[in-house]
Design a protein around this ligand. Structure first.
Ligand code: HEC
Ligand code: HEC
Length: 399
């Protein structure tokens, strides 16, 4: 017989040993059962004379009883103690589990998936070189594309939305699809681990305010003072829609700064990085004037005719949710962030940390952006559209 594998060979040897053993055992039993030793009445221990009490209640019984009592005492004390410690132990297990997730997430961020190459250490935002091709795949330009800071990410996106972004990436930008649903290399659990790590990096609301404050102060100190005064008057306000606002002139100035800024946190507080072609790589409206692609979001000029000021504010304040309808016919795209209301507030029973109600920007800041945006068609720095003409290739970003 030919044995295909060593495993089978081992199996056969074992079988042989068992069979031989069985034969030996049966033979032995047959032999030993042959000769009768004596009568059962004399031989069976339960039919003989009993042992006396003196003999029974000796040292051995005492030892057995005492050790039983001892063991019982240990159990009686140890079980309640264990029971008392159990909730703590379970919490500890959850904590340890969480720590393992965060550590693994950090390893993925820094080594496995190398998010660090573009988004930088601690996710403070960075830059990556990227080749832009036209729609025919012909080389157009090599650019340095801003990779936004992620240390404020969970103030503008819900955890679900972050998962969506990581799964599907941003077509036409350097941000690839990382999750299985988008054809990326990471498992669902690895995506969760990265998100757990990103939670540990989130700034405090004050630290976020400081980043934006520094930007405005560096450009226009007077404007900064007016902005802080209005923000102060709005502190503790229950409803953002009725917040105090800056003068229209100040709103236009502040709105322009906030909308376009690419300097702070690699543009993560801005709109232009998604809504102005070329802005994310420092060539706003360049090199091909206004393109349909070249930024992830749509061109916003003319948006004032599609929504009321209030609708517009609400959208920028809260962001979009998938499946909801915006303005007259827009389907919500979860990649449009909310800049005012923190989407993760009050979700702690869903296992999400609570960073408080504050979002990335204040009501006065969001109103300023809205005013600036609704005035864009009148802004001479914004070029008129050339879409549809032969010198306006559409982007198809390519790595
Ligand atoms: C090759 C560079 C590169 C790598 C690697 C990369 N990203 Fe990105 N990522 C970008 C760029 C660029 C953007 C912005 C795209 C745009 O302009 O819309 C971005 C956007 C994002 C966003 C959306 C943030 C926002 O507010 O728009 C998230 C979240 C994100 N990346 C997370 C990650 C994570 C997590 C990893 C690692 C698994 C990763 N990225 C790896 C370049 C990169
Ligand atoms: C990370 C990319 C990103 C950023 C940053 C971003 N948006 Fe958007 N925005 C989108 C996407 C995507 C849509 C939805 C496009 C669609 O599906 O119609 C959108 C839609 C909009 C719309 C609706 C447009 C329309 O015609 O219906 C407005 C208004 C808007 N964004 C304003 C802003 C403002 C203001 C900011 C900055 C405070 C901003 N966005 C920042 C991605 C972004």
């Amino acid at each position: 017989m030919i044995l295909a594998t060593t495993q089978q060979a081992f199996g056969m040897v074992l079988l042989a040993i068992v069979l031989v053993g069985a034969v030996v055992w049966i033979a032995f039993n047959l032999r030993s059962s042959r000769d009768e030793i004596g009568s059962e009445i004399e031989l069976a221990s339960n039919r003989g004379k009993g042992i006396s009490d003196e003999e029974l209640e000796g040292k051995r019984l005492n030892t057995a009883l005492f050790s039983a009592a001892g063991l019982l005492a240990i159990i009686a004390v140890a079980l309640p103690l264990y029971w008392l410690g159990e909730p703590g132990r379970q919490d500890g297990a959850v904590d340890t589990f969480q720590e393992i997730f965060e550590e693994r997430g950090q390893r993925l961020y820094e080594e496995g998936a190398q998010c660090v190459n573009c988004h930088a250490n601690g996710a403070v935002g960075g830059v990556t070189s990227y080749i832009v091709n036209d729609e025919n795949g012909v080389f157009v330009s090599e650019v340095n594309w801003n990779a936004p800071a992620l240390n404020n990410l969970l103030y503008r996106y819900s955890e679900e939305e972050v998962r969506y972004i990581l799964n599907y990436g941003r077509p036409g930008t350097p941000m690839a699809a990382w999750g299985g649903p988008g054809g990326g290399p990471l498992t669902t659990q690895q995506i969760d681990e990265i998100i757990a790590y990103l939670w540990t990096l989130q700034l405090s609301p004050d630290a976020m305010r400081e980043e934006v404050d520094g930007l405005v102060k560096g450009i226009d100190e007077e404007l900064f003072d007016s902005m802080k005064a209005v923000d102060k008057s709005n502190e503790g306000l229950a409803d953002a829609e009725s917040a105090n606002r800056l003068s229209r002139a100040d709103e236009l100035k502040l709105g322009e700064i906030l909308f376009n800024n690419q300097e702070v946190a690699a543009g993560s507080y801005s709109c232009a990085r998604c809504h102005v072609a070329g802005a994310a790589y420092g060539q706003a409206w360049q090199p091909f004037a206004r393109l349909e692609y070249g930024a992830f979001g749509p061109d916003l000029s003319g948006v004032e005719s599609q929504a009321t000021e209030q609708q517009h504010f609400d959208l920028v304040w809260r962001g979009m949710e998938e499946g909801q309808v915006y303005f007259s016919r827009k389907q919500g795209n979860p990649q449009m962030p909310g800049f005012g209301a923190n989407p993760n507030t009050g979700q702690s029973d869903a296992g999400v940390p609570d960073l408080g109600p504050d979002g990335m920007l204040t009501p006065a800041q969001v109103w300023s952006i809205v005013t600036y945006e609704r005035n864009m068609s009148n802004d001479s720095t914004v070029k008129s559209p050339v879409a549809g003409t032969s010198d306006s290739p559409t982007f198809s970003g390519n790595e």
